[in-house]
Design a protein around this ligand. Structure first.
Ligand SMILES: *Cc1c(COP(=O)(O)O)cnc(C)c1O
Ligand SMILES: [Zn+2]
Length: 409
């Protein structure tokens, strides 16, 4: 691997060779982190080289990734997603500058594609052709899609409450789907046992350190799309904690390699009905499990799988935490749709709901600049989209009835 030095345990510091199928720390079971040679990156790569690059996918950041020129990168076009200055939304919320990074336009319509694309590369390098994961939905559909494109077999475990749109994606992509009658925690445990039993490649993001390396590319893109001038804050919805951990890793990579000269503060947004990580920060204590009570299924994670990296990211960035109600999430879905033309699933709009609330409550100042990451598309969860936006006017095909209807609204 070009610039990778090793894998380091974030718990005990053990350093091991970064082979393609490493999982947790062989010494203590802690989560591993991929370590790079930033001096080497600095010598070889410049901002100008990057902006001249024609690769409009997450793979444009090859030097910051655990791959080589020979790695077979998947065919699906993952990453380099749109980045909008959301001035109407900023005005509505009452904040100076707001940008929206729309990761719902990835091939399977969520940010998870970044991790799944990486999983496929590493599985191939490990000489395996069957990949498995458990997921609240999006990791599942993204793995199924990326595996299908690469000709791999996938086994996917989802809790039975996963929205139909996501399960439909799995079926169309030809995954072997196991719908578990239980919550996400129970689903995760069953998948871990099955992966152990059959020896499949493990795409559980908290266990496989390479997946966070895929997820961090969203931060690399944000920085480049901001022309390397970072905003004060970046807001992200948080479930297991891999995304926020990955985002932080991405910004730190750029900082270490001299591409940005300051780091943003993270805004960690969770649902009021399921916010074990934000609660740990607010209480200044260890996290403990919580019920999974929210319409935002992608972040309904009562037992987060990557608490250490997530809490580290929030604390180290001097971040803030915001919890939002389901009503506030639905309102943010309407807002993103109506001011930006961006269609988000509930967890996809949660970051934006958090920005709005953070401004309202004075947690962040009105003259701040913020990036809000939309992590998944609204088409995945049509039932909640209808809940957010209601039903259309329904009439018979008759002009007089139309005139009447318009008078009523
Ligand atoms: C997975 C997911 C998240 C949260 O990511 P974690 O790594 O679980 O914290 C947020 N939004 C969407 C749409 C997701 O699919
Ligand atoms: Zn360890």
């Amino acid at each position: 691997m070009q610039n990778v030095i090793s894998a380091v345990c974030i718990q005990c510091g053990a350093e091991i060779e970064a082979t393609p199928n490493i999982t947790t720390c062989p010494k203590c079971g802690g989560i591993m982190d991929i370590k790079y040679d930033y001096q080497k990156i600095k010598r070889k790569l410049t901002k100008e080289m990057l902006s001249d690059r024609k690769i409009n996918t997450m793979w444009r950041y090859m030097e910051f990734l655990p791959v080589t020129g020979e790695s077979k990168v998947p065919k699906l076009r993952v990453g380099w997603t749109p980045f909008y200055e959301a001035s109407r939304l900023a005005e509505y919320i009452g904040i100076k500058k707001l940008y929206v990074k729309d990761d719902g336009v990835n091939p399977t319509a969520s940010l998870k594609d970044r991790a799944s694309a990486m999983a496929v590369v590493k599985a191939e390098e490990a000489g395996m052709d069957t990949i498995a994961c458990s997921s609240t939905g999006n990791a599942a559909s993204s793995l199924a899609g990326n595996a299908a494109a690469a000709g791999f077999t996938s086994y996917i475990f989802v809790p039975e409450r996963a929205p139909k749109g996501k399960v439909a994606q799995l079926m169309v992509f030809g995954a072997h789907v196991i719908s578990v009658k239980g919550n996400y925690e129970e689903t995760f445990r069953l998948s871990a046992e099955a992966i152990d039993h059959w020896g499949w490649y493990n795409r559980n993001a908290a266990i496989n350190p390479y997946l966070m390396e895929g997820k961090k590319t969203v931060a690399l893109e944000i920085a480049e799309q901001l022309n390397w001038k970072m905003t004060d804050y970046v807001a992200i919805s948080v479930g297991d904690g891999c995304t926020i951990g990955g985002v932080w890793k991405g910004f730190k990579d750029l900082y270490e390699a001299g591409f940005i000269d300051r780091l943003p503060r993270l805004i960690s947004v969770q649902a009021e009905g399921c916010c074990p990580l934000n609660r740990a920060i607010a209480e200044g204590k260890e996290w403990y499990p919580m019920e999974e009570n929210t319409i935002a299924d992608s972040i309904a994670v009562g037992v987060p799988r990557n608490p250490d990296k997530a809490l580290w990211a929030i604390r180290e960035s001097n971040g803030v935490v915001v919890n939002v109600s389901d009503e506030e999430i639905l309102a943010a879905m309407r807002l993103l749709g109506r001011t930006c033309g961006v269609f988000a699933e509930p967890a996809g709009a949660t970051g934006t709901a958090g920005v709005k609330k953070a401004v309202e409550t004075g947690l962040i100042k009105k003259d701040a600049s913020v990036v809000s990451v939309v992590t998944g598309s609204g088409l995945k969860d049509v039932a909640n989209a209808m809940k957010a936006a209601g039903e259309p006017v329904a009439i018979k095909p008759d002009m007089s009835l139309l005139l009447e209807a318009f008078e009523r609204i």
